[in-house]
Write a protein that binds this ligand. Structure first.
Ligand code: NDP
Length: 333
């Protein structure tokens, strides 16, 4: 078995030399434990900030989906798929009844029957990012039919999903993403009303053009300057769901301080940050709802699969750079 250990804090973009791949000796299974073999590992933005807050050296965090290949727990037989935060490793010994793999994270969950869909979707549209979109819309920004939703980071896994739920609800949906190909995909494939390349357009002009009734709900994946500009184009009593602030996850992209309080006061906005782990107890509600939409053809996804455990860092960097549309995962086995 192998695992990635982080030996240096990220400075700017993660580098291969920040990690070490270490051989891992697996002990005998104890009663209640299972041995899971990794199939897919997810690369996600939170890893940047989470890992830089740990004491080094430390095992790399990561969500994965794995197949049980040996079991001393009757409820979790060989052949079952489980997902959870087992880290960047090829094998994991788990005690699913202990319910906790990493404090603060969703515990080991059995992957529900996904029909013909790949189990890798439990890391994306049918997993944590999908639930972020589902609960973020349903419990935080709560759009009503006919309202306007704007999404930053719209070409990513969470953002592209949020926009599609917005359309299911009956909203006018506008997204900002980092290249023209993503924008074309959002409009043509996912049904966004408009999508703009935030790197090349004038954000204010784009908002005036695409949101004539101004903005009721803003789903913020990015933070910084673009968020201040979008909030300035909101209606009174608008709702902002602060899901992520990826523009500040690395020192290289750290934006200059943007003062948003005046617009929050003048427009009496409700601004709420949230972490999807708030809904651990309702986890399967989100998964099953998203699965239904997927099966009904109302929800689409785009998945970029990198191949090989050795390519974890390339996948991680590619995701941060914006190389992929939708979700990036690594197929380990
Ligand atoms: P994405 O698939 O959206 O990948 C990240 C994307 O962010 C990149 O592909 C890139 O796309 C964009 N990006 C990178 N740097 C910047 C920058 N400086 N400014 C603007 N955009 C940038 O990731 P996810 O969909 O998984 O996550 C989206 C956000 O949601 C993240 O902020 C993440 O941390 C957050 N999140 C929060 C959760 C919660 O519980 N609160 C749970 C899950 C995710 P582009 O081409 O558009 O630049």
């Amino acid at each position: 078995a192998q695992k990635y250990v982080l030996t240096k804090y990220f400075q700017g973009e993660p580098k291969k030399s920040d990690f070490k791949i270490v051989e891992e000796e697996l002990p005998e299974l104890k009663e209640g434990e299972v041995l899971a073999e990794t199939e897919y590992i997810s690369v996600d933005p939170y890893m940047m900030i989470y890992m830089n807050s740990r004491k080094l050296p430390t095992d790399m965090i990561g969500g994965q989906v794995a197949k049980i290949i040996s079991s001393r727990n009757q409820k979790y037989p060989v052949g079952k798929y489980v997902s959870g935060y087992f880290g960047w490793r090829t094998h994991a010994i788990l005690n699913p009844d202990a319910r906790i793999t990493q404090p603060g994270f969703v515990p080991v969950t059995v992957v529900p029957d996904l029909g013909t869909h790949s189990v890798s979707l439990s890391l994306g549209v049918l997993g944590m990012p999908g639930n972020t979109a589902y609960f973020g819309i349903r419990e935080i920004i709560k759009p009503k039919p006919g309202q306007t939703i704007v999404i930053s980071g719209a070409g990513g896994d969470v953002g592209s999903h949020v926009g599609q739920i917005g359309k299911i609800v009956g909203c006018h949906v506008v997204g900002f993403a980092g290249n023209d190909e993503k924008c074309e995909y959002l409009e043509k494939e996912l049904g966004f009303d408009r999508a703009f390349n935030y790197k090349t357009v004038d954000i204010r002009a784009a908002l005036r053009d695409s949101c004539p009734k101004k903005v009721d709900c803003y789903f913020d994946n990015v933070g910084g300057e673009i968020s201040a500009t979008i909030m300035d184009h909101m209606n009174k009593y608008g709702r902002v769901g602060v899901c992520g602030t990826i523009s500040s996850y690395s020192e290289e992209t750290l934006p200059k301080v943007t003062i948003m309080q005046p617009v929050i006061v003048s427009k009496e906005l409700t601004v709420e940050g949230f972490n999807v782990n708030r809904w651990t107890d309702r986890w399967n509600e989100g998964i099953l709802k998203n699965l239904n939409w997927l099966n009904e053809g109302k929800l689409k996804y785009h998945e970029k699969v990198y191949h090989g455990f050795d390519n974890m860092v390339d996948a991680f960097v590619g995701m941060l750079r914006g190389d992929n549309i939708g979700k990036a995962v690594v197929k380990v086995k």
